[in-house]
Every structure is written in C-alpha cells, then in structure tokens.
Design a protein around this ligand. Structure first.
Ligand code: ADP
Ligand code: MG
Length: 572
C-alpha cells in the first residue's frame, strides 16, 4: 500500500485532515461527506467502546459525563480526565482523535498514513508541543513536523494567486475558532515565515456567541411560556445551545432566522414551545462586545509587532466563526482593505499543514485556483445620491468579491414610501461604493403589495459555478416572491418566478454602445469603431467564449465608450 504524508489541524472544537494530491492540498471528507470533524470523544462506560467525531458530539447531550470536548485546552498539563471506564491523560484523548482521522482518511484514500504534520497555536509552549507529538505517537503516527497554525494558513495563501499584491511582507492572521481566539503577525521572507507577534484569548470563540444567544432564547422561552422562574435542566440548556448555534450560522448568510421549536421540555404536563424571529442586527447587538474584544487584541498584537494597520499587506481569516459578517465589518474598517477569505476558513490550517508535508517530502506545490467571485455583486439603494444627477447611487453589496462559489447570501432592504408600488432592482458588480463607478448587470421590476413605508424586502443572491445568479426578492410578511436568473457573463436577466412579461434580455454595455453609435455628434470613424467592437463582443457572447476573453473584450468596449463620451463632452 502506498504511503502518504498528511496534514492535521487538531483543533479545540473541530479537526481536519488533508493531503497533497498532484500538487494541490485537499481536505479529506472523512465523515458523511464533510472534512470538519468535531474534536469530541465519547465513551460507553458499560462495554468500554469509544466514539470520536460527529457521533461522539451527538452523544454529548445525552451523556455529558461520558463525553470529552475541548481536550486541546488540557494539552501539556499533568492531569487526568476520568471518563467512561478509565482515566486518561490529555495526549491519550487527543491520540484517539488523531487515530480516528488517520484511519478514516486511510480508508478513503486507499493508502497508508503513517507520517503527519500537526498544527498547534503559535503560543503553545514546549510542553504543549511535546504533548502534541506524543499524541501522534500514541496514535501510531510519525509526527514529521509541528507547524504553527497561522504559519500554515499563510502557507496556503502563498499558493493562491492573489490580486492583493502589496509590497508589504506582513500578514495578519485572525483566527476565531469555537473556543479560542488567536491572532498573529507574520513576516514573509521568501520561504521563511516568522511569527513577529502573537496573542489571543483562550476563552473567546464562537461558543461565546452561542451562549449569548442561548441566554436570549431562554428569556424568550420564559416570556412566551409565562414562566419567569424557569430553571433549565441540562437537556434543555444543551438543546437551546444547539438551536443558538444553528441560528448563528444561518445569520452569517441571511438577515433573519425564524426559530420554531416544539416540546423543548415539559412543565406541569405542558410542552415548552419557542417561536422567535431574530434579525442579524439583533444578534450583532447581543454580541458586539465579543467582536470588540477581538479587535482590542488585534490592536495589541499590532503594537507588539511595532506596525500600523496600514502596514499589513494581507489579512487572513481562519476559523469557522470568521464567517460572521460582523467580523468582516470590524476588520475591513480597521484595515481598509479586502479581507482574504477565499479559502474555507475552517479548512485553511489543515490545507497548509498538507502543503508543509508535501514540501518536506520534496513535492512541488502548484497555484491553487479557486472558484471565487471576481467582483462584488449587489444592488442600487437610496442611501446616497449622485451629487450631479440627484439619482440614487449607493452600491449595497450582497456577495463580496473573492467569496467561494457556489454561495447564497441574502440581505434586507426597506421600502421608502407608504403604498410604494414597485422596486426597480438594479444589479451591479464592482468595488466602488457608487453604482455609477460599477458595471451594470441588469435590472427588473418587482411589484410590491401595498404596505407602509420601511417595510422589509429580502433580496437573496445565489451564485453558482456557471456564473448564473438566481435572485429571489421577497416582501416580508406578504406572499410576494419573485425569482429571476441573471447570467453574469452575458449580463442577461431572465425572469423565472411569478414574473409578468419576460423582459427582453438586457445587455447593458452593448445597448449603451449601440445608442452611442447613433449619436449624430460623434465622428463617423468613432461610430464605426464602436459598432465593430460591439459586434465582436456580441459574437463572443453567442459563441460562449471564456471569461478571460469576455473580460478582455469588455474592457476594450468600455474603453471605446469612455473615449466616445469624452469626445461628446468636448463637442458640447
Ligand atoms: P477550532 O479551531 O476551535 O477547532 P473551528 O475553526 O472549526 O474551531 O470553528 C468552530 C466555530 O465556528 C464554532 O463556534 C462554529 O459555530 C463556528 N462556525 C462555523 N460555521 C459558521 C458560520 N457559517 N457562521 C458563524 N459561525 C460559524
Ligand atoms: Mg482552529
């Protein structure tokens, strides 16, 4: 059997195993199609059997006393955990997770796994690192290297062709996991990556967000059941925590969640039901101070590294909890730059460990090509107006640039007038806050049910690999949904929902060009040139040319249009 080197992110909450194949790192889907394995071990005290991962996590609610979580926090400590039939050292418990990962990955790949690279937080001391190596050995693995988690993440981004080219060698890695927060500033000197400063909070992570929400849900439950003195038992607490986590995850992609839970428990023979609608804004105000705390630590680390925020060349997001929009918001504000999140934040560290493994065995690593959105995509809203025309010109982003596709995101907007009859949904792509500086993609009319001003309308964009964006508009509280499909490459809107008349396909640039070419005041030569390029462009669309070619032609066309417009201004 062939033997390969794997990279393992042995996390506090979740662990991931990855390997290098044909020069590219892949996370191995070891559990029911997912690569993210809960770092949980559960025991049956009766027969001594043991579960790891998802099944262990599922047992946690029913058998909390037989289940261990957050083992990583104990690493390097001289302590024993009594669980199941025995008592275990932290490295023994960790070895169960490592063994499980290696065995499952080995089955999947049909290859032997005996050498591994394991990652640890940058702040881990010698004892903690040694314990990690021992855990590997106890699992029957040869730990060829221990790598710092932020360094592993930076290694991945070394191989992602990035448009964030800067001269700065400094990278900041912001890692918000389940129970811990780590931040590190790394200096890249070619192959060498040096951690200049690192800090964090070992008691701050996604779990805290869940607990906040759990507290809020419990208050709601008490209010709805009219039981102000309700004291939740362990089972109710765990269920509320699960509901809270699911709601939190859902709010990363949508503006609201609806929680409808029945029979969360029984009180005096009466079932406890919970019905809550929670907006992202409410969730963010419940948890704002947690995000602020991470930002304080970021400021500390910058200070320790003697750097200003503006000197950081790249910002890397790691950890599942960085999917929360509030985190992006706080970071983009401080760093005034796009945040690198094109690699899955929950897989990034393991992928880096796999790359490190490959480098050790002398494999070459290729450029990782990702399916990401090349531009931000959003709609025009009224928040700001163009000072010259007085027309609304605010670009409200729905899907940010560099987001992995397929992706689906929704945002909420508000109507402006009482009884407003319709909204013209105008879709743009680009990075400017003004629509006039971005590229129009298409628009369509959305008829509204009669409602007072400021009623909510949700706009959802679902972007697939073929460059099609399904847009769904929904007037909250009314049975009024409309769906259209937009072809980003062809800039075409097709109505699919309860549409009225199907509009003629709109191709904004071509249309604008044709209009300009009719302008009497333009010299003949310019008009002919416009028409020539429009024809080439339209032919390319029909022939289904690839994106690179389309971008090239589009640039050419836009350039000619700019020139023509300048000429016209000069004549006027
Ligand atoms: P760790 O490094 O601590 O093992 P992870 O990086 O796997 O942890 O992060 C786990 C945390 O990420 C959990 O709190 C989980 O709820 C959170 N998380 C995962 N996906 C999302 C999401 N889409 N939105 C918000 N939080 C998320
Ligand atoms: Mg982690």
């Amino acid at each position: 059997m062939k033997s390969i080197v794997c990279g393992i992110d042995l996390g506090t909450t979740n662990s991931v195993i990855a390997f290098l194949k044909d020069g590219f790192p892949h996370a191995i889907p070891v559990e029911e199609g997912t690569a993210i394995v809960p770092s949980v071990v559960s025991f049956d005290p009766g027969n001594g059997s043991r579960w790891v991962g998802r099944r262990a996590r599922n047992r946690r609610a029913a058998f909390p006393q037989h289940t261990v979580t957050s083992i990583k926090r104990l690493m390097g400590k001289d302590t024993m955990t009594a669980v199941g039939r025995g008592s275990f050292r932290p490295e023994e418990l960790s070895s169960f997770i490592l063994k499980y990962l290696a065995e499952r990955a080995s089955e999947q790949l049909g290859a032997r796994i005996d050498q591994v690279v394991i990652t640890v937080p940058a702040y881990f001391d010698d004892a903690q690192r040694r314990a990690t190596i021992q855990a590997g050995e106890l699992a029957g693995l040869d730990v060829v290297r221990i790598v710092n988690e932020p360094t592993a993440a930076a290694l991945v981004y070394d191989h992602v062709p990035s448009d964030l080219d800067t001269d700065s060698p400094y990278v900041l890695v912001y890692d918000l996991g389940g129970g811990t927060f780590d931040v590190a500033v790394i200096e890249i000197k070619g192959e060498i990556k040096e951690v200049l400063a690192s800090s964090g909070d070992t008691a701050l992570g996604g779990d805290d967000f869940d607990e906040r929400l759990q507290g809020y849900l419990l208050e709601e439950l008490k209010r709805q059941a009219d039981l102000p003195d309700l004291k939740p038992d362990l089972s109710l607490s765990v269920r509320l925590l699960d509901i809270a986590e699911r709601a939190k995850i859902s709010l990363s992609d949508r503006p609201y969640v609806e929680i409808h839970e029945v029979a969360l428990g029984m009180v005096d023979g009466r079932p406890l039901n919970l019905d809550v609608e929670l907006s992202r804004t409410e969730f963010e105000s419940l948890t704002e101070d947690l995000v602020d705390r991470t930002m304080d630590i970021v400021a500390e680390v910058l200070k320790e590294a003697h750097l200003e925020a503006s000197e950081i060349g790249k910002l890397i997001l790691v950890g599942g909890a960085t999917r929360m929009p509030a985190v992006h918001g706080a970071l983009s504000e401080l760093f005034e730059q796009t945040v690198a999140h094109s690699v899955d934040p929950d897989l990034c560290v393991a992928l880096g460990a796999a790359i490190q493994g490959g480098l050790i065995t002398g494999d070459s690593v290729g450029q990782i090509l990702l399916d990401v959105t090349a531009h931000s995509l959003g709609i025009k809203t009224l928040d700001t107006v163009d000072p010259e025309t007085g027309e609304p010109d605010c670009f409200s982003t729905i899907i940010r640039r560099n987001t992995r596709i397929p992706v689906s995101r929704a945002e909420v907007f508000w109507t402006v007038a009482d009884g407003q009859e319709k909204i013209n949904v105008e879709v743009f792509q680009g990075e400017s806050p003004s629509c006039s500086q971005n590229t129009p993609i298409g628009d369509f009319l959305y008829p509204l049910e009669s409602a007072p001003a400021s009623s909510a309308v949700t706009v959802e964009f679902a972007y697939d690999r073929e460059g099609l964006v399904r847009i769904c508009v929904d007037q909250k509280g009314y049975d009024n949904r409309k769906e259209v499909t937009l072809d980003i490459r062809q800039r075409r809107v097709e109505e699919t929902g309860q549409a009225e008349a199907v509009e003629t396909p709109v191709n904004y640039i071509a249309e604008k060009a044709r209009r300009l070419a009719l302008n009497e005041r333009l010299p003949e030569g310019v008009k002919r040139e416009i028409m020539r390029v429009v024809q080439v462009y339209e032919e390319a669309i029909r022939a289904g040319e690839d994106e690179a070619r389309m971008d090239e032609l589009e640039d050419e066309l836009l350039e000619i249009l700019d020139q023509a417009e300048e000429e016209l201004e000069a004549v006027e």
